[in-house]
Design a protein around this ligand. Structure first.
Ligand code: FAD
Length: 499
C-alpha cells in the first residue's frame, strides 16, 4: 500500500498556540524532510494573555527537552500550587483548589471516604490539611518535590505562572532551532481545492504559501477553520455567560504567592497571577450585568501596586468549534474554542490536542475516521472542563447581585447534573482515565462550596476507627511539619533561578 505522507505543514498564527504547535512538530520532524512554516502578522500581534498554567505544562517542556530553570528565567515565571477561590460561596469565605492528590488511601479505602467517615465521627480537620500543595500555599512556601523524596511533600504537584509573550518568544527560538521557518506577513486569502482541502494561503505581499496540512492558530476568528472552511461554532453562553475580560498588569509588590487568586465579583471574577517581574490582573465578566466602565473600575480598585499598562477589554464567546479538525486543517488555541480561564486550561488544551493529533497522525488524504475520532475526543475534553467550570458558579450561595442570583438557578448540563447527584448520594466519584479534573479536584470545589454528601461509603463502618483517626492525624501533622521547614516562594525563586 502506498501512502502519500504530509510533506509540508503551514501554521497560521504565532501566539502561544502557534509556537507550541511549531515546537512540537519541529521536534518530531527535526531529522526528516518534512517542512514546517509558520506565518504570523506583526501588525495583528498576539493576544498576550494566558499566564496561569496547570501541571501537564511541565510534561510538555520535558518532552521537548526544555530545561525548567532556563524556561523559568526566560519567561519570568513563578510556581503555582493551585488556585485560591475567594468569595465564591459567600462574601468572606474562601477555599483552595490544589493540584495533586489528597492524603493517601488507608487500608485500601479511598482517602476522601476516610475523611468523610472521620468527619461524621466529629473530627473537624479541614480537608485541605491533607493536601501538601494547600499547606505550602497557605504558608507561602515552595520547594521542588523531587528534592523531598521520602517526605510527605514528595507528591507535591505544581505548575507555572508565566509571561505569555516571553513564553511565545522562547518557544519560537526553540522551534526555529529545530528547523521551523517563520514568515512575517498578513494572510489575506485562502485557496481551496475542488474537494474542499486548503491548498495555500496568500499574503498581503502577494507571496503564496502552499502546504499539505494547515494548522489554524489565528486566534478567535479562525481564519482557516471558520472563515475558509465554515465549520461553525457551538456557543455555550447559556452555561457560562461571562463574555468579556478586562486586563491590566501591575508591578510586583514583593510577595509572589505560589498560587493564583480568583475572587468572585459582582458580575464575574477577577484573577491575580504573580510573575517575577510583574503581576497579571483581569476581570472576567458578563456584559448583561456589567458595563466595560464598571468592570475597569472594579478591576482597578482591586489591584495592588501601580498599573504598568492601560486596561484592555477582550470580548469572547464561550464554546467550541463544531469540528476542530476539518479536511486538512486543524484548529488550535483560540481558533479551536474558548472556555474562560477560571481553571487555566487553554494552554493545556493546545498541547493535549496536539498530542492526540500526533497519535491519530494522518496521511495527506486525511481520512475522516481520524478527524471524527479527534473531534469526538476534543469535544469530550471541552465538555468535561465546561462542566467543572459551571460547578464553581452553580453551587454559589451568593444572592447579592443579579448575576449571582442567576447562577443559583442556572440551567445545568446533563452530565454535570448527574455527577452532582451521584456525589450527594454516594459521597464519591469514579475517576475517568482521560479526564483532566480527577475526583480530588471535584472534592476540593464541593468542599469549598459547601456541597455535602448524605453519607460516606458504608464499607468504612467495617474499619477500625481509632486506627483511621490516628492515621489521618499523623498524615496531617507530617505535612505541616515538613512544609514549615521549606523556604518562602520568593526565597526559593531567588536561589533556584538567580537573575
Ligand atoms: P493569539 O495569541 O491571538 O495568536 C493569534 C496569532 O495569529 C497571532 O500571531 C496573529 O498575528 C496571527 N494572525 C491572526 N490573523 C492573521 C492573519 N490574517 N495573517 C497572519 N497572522 C495572523 N490560557 C491559559 O492557559 N491560562 C490563562 O490564564 C489564560 N488566561 C486567559 C485570559 C483571557 C482574558 C483570554 C482571552 C485568554 C486566556 N487564556 C489563558 C487563553 C490563552 O491566552 C490562549 O489560549 C493562548 O494565548 C493561545 O492564543 P492563540 O495562540 O490561539 O491566539
Amino acid at each position: 500500500m502506498i501512502q502519500e505522507s504530509i510533506k509540508k505543514f503551514v501554521i497560521v498564527g504565532g501566539g502561544t498556540a502557534g509556537w507550541i504547535a511549531a515546537a512540537t512538530l519541529g521536534n518530531i520532524f527535526r531529522h526528516s524532510e518534512v517542512e514546517i512554516e509558520l506565518v504570523e502578522s506583526d501588525d495583528i500581534g498576539v493576544i498576550g494573555v494566558g499566564e496561569a498554567t496547570i501541571p501537564p505544562l511541565l510534561t510538555i517542556l520535558e518532552s521537548l527537552g526544555i530545561d525548567l530553570v532556563d524556561f523559568i528565567k526566560h519567561t519570568q515565571a513563578s510556581f503555582k500550587l493551585g488556585i485560591q477561590f475567594d468569595d465564591w460561596h459567600t462574601i468572606g469565605q474562601g477555599y483552595f483548589h490544589p493540584f495533586g492528590t489528597l492524603g493517601r488511601s488507608i487500608d485500601g479505602h479511598d482517602f476522601f471516604q476516610c475523611w468523610l467517615k472521620s468527619k461524621s465521627e466529629g473530627d473537624d480537620t479541614p480537608l485541605m490539611a491533607h493536601s501538601p500543595e494547600s499547606v505550602l500555599a497557605e504558608q507561602g512556601r515552595f520547594f521542588l518535590p523531587f528534592e523531598a523524596q521520602g517526605t510527605p511533600l514528595a507528591s507535591t504537584t505544581f505548575a507555572l505562572h508565566l509571561d505569555a509573550v516571553l513564553a511565545g518568544k522562547y518557544l519560537r527560538k526553540f522551534a526555529e532551532k529545530s528547523g521551523v521557518k517563520r514568515t512575517e506577513g498578513l494572510v489575506e486569502s485562502v485557496s481551496k481545492s475542488d474537494k474542499g482541502f486548503i491548498e495555500s494561503v496568500t499574503l498581503k505581499s502577494g507571496v503564496e504559501i502552499a502546504g499539505d496540512f494547515f494548522i489554524d492558530c489565528s486566534g478567535f476568528k479562525g481564519l482557516l477553520i471558520e472563515e475558509a472552511l465554515e465549520t461553525g461554532y457551538e456557543d455555550w453562553s447559556e452555561f457560562l455567560p461571562c463574555n468579556r475580560a478586562v486586563t491590566v498588569q501591575t508591578e510586583n509588590m514583593g510577595d509572589t504567592t505560589p498560587y493564583t487568586i480568583a475572587t468572585a465579583r459582582a458580575a464575574g471574577w477577577t484573577w491575580r497571577i504573580p510573575l517575577q517581574h510583574r503581576t497579571g490582573n483581569g476581570y472576567v465578566f458578563c456584559d448583561k450585568y456589567c458595563s466595560d466602565e464598571e468592570a475597569v473600575e472594579t478591576l482597578l480598585s482591586s489591584i495592588e501596586g501601580e498599573p504598568l499598562t492601560e486596561p484592555r477589554v477582550i470580548p469572547f464567546t464561550t464554546g467550541v468549534r463544531h469540528k476542530a479538525w476539518s479536511q486538512n486543517c486543524l484548529a488550535l488555541g483560540l481558533a479551536q474554542g474558548f472556555l474562560e480561564p477560571l481553571e487555566s486550561t487553554a494552554i493545556h488544551l493546545v498541547s493535549k490536542s496536539l498530542a492526540l493529533f500526533v497519535r491519530l497522525f494522518p496521511t495527506a488524504e486525511c481520512d475522516t475516521q481520524l478527524s471524527d475520532e479527534f473531534n469526538r475526543r476534543v469535544r469530550q475534553d471541552y465538555e468535561e472542563i465546561r462542566d467543572f467550570l459551571v460547578l464553581h458558579y452553580c453551587t454559589t450561595q451568593r444572592d447579592d447581585t443579579p448575576f449571582w442570583r442567576w447562577c443559583q438557578q442556572m440551567p445545568l448540563p446533563e452530565k454535570l447534573k448527574a455527577k452532582l447527584e451521584l456525589f450527594k448520594v454516594h459521597g464519591g466519584l469514579i475517576p475517568g482515565t482521560e479526564e483532566l479534573f480527577q475526583p480530588t479536584s471535584w472534592y476540593a470545589v464541593f468542599d469549598g462550596m459547601g456541597v455535602e454528601p448524605i453519607g460516606y461509603n458504608p464499607t468504612l463502618d467495617a474499619i477500625d476507627y481509632h486506627k483511621l483517626k490516628q492515621s489521618l492525624h499523623s498524615g496531617k501533622t507530617a505535612i505541616q511539619t515538613s512544609a514549615a521547614t521549606q523556604p518562602s516562594h520568593d526565597e526559593f525563586l531567588r536561589t533556584y533561578c538567580p537573575a
